[in-house]
Design a binder for this molecule. Sequence first.
Ligand code: AMP
Length: 171
Amino acid sequence: MGLTLTLLLLRRTEGIFRASTQVEVYMSPYSTVVLAADLTEESTLLAERMKQIVGDSPCAVHIVHVIEPLSSAYGGDVPMDLSPVQDQIQDQAKTHLAEFGRQLGVPEAHQHLIFGRPQSEIQRVAEECEADLIVVGSHTRSGLARLLGSTANGVMDSAPCDVLAVHVGEG
Ligand code: AMP
């Protein structure tokens, strides 16, 4: 995938330019990538695949991590105030996202920590950044989990751009 440009380097000898070396430069077809990171070990695999696709081409990388509000998951079922737990989850996510972003050399302004549903927030950030590629993990699923669908499938169904679904194992 991508374009390969051949650069011909010229050397000047005795007033004449002669071909010296040919250098092949890989150009990725993508300029803005959104990496959907659940911040588990899988995110590192996604980052490796992304680097293989993008190579050394100039490319803006955005990382999205979505926190699903506990109130929407357990709201009416748990008779207690969930906000301290939610705050703790947010603090940990902030720290992990900052560390992951630092490892990838992604600036803070491109690290998105958002509350909501992963599928729709990943799509929204991709639209806002005018991404041309979303990188998301994909699990092999069977039984009920397969019927329930996955984040990767949801993202692929609604994405405004290409999606790289990286196989990350059983789910
Ligand atoms: P799932 O199918 O939900 O297990 O998730 C598969 C992939 O979806 C992960 O590898 C991530 O790329 C993405 N994903 C899932 N949850 C989140 C999240 N909370 N924030 C960002 N991306 C996520």
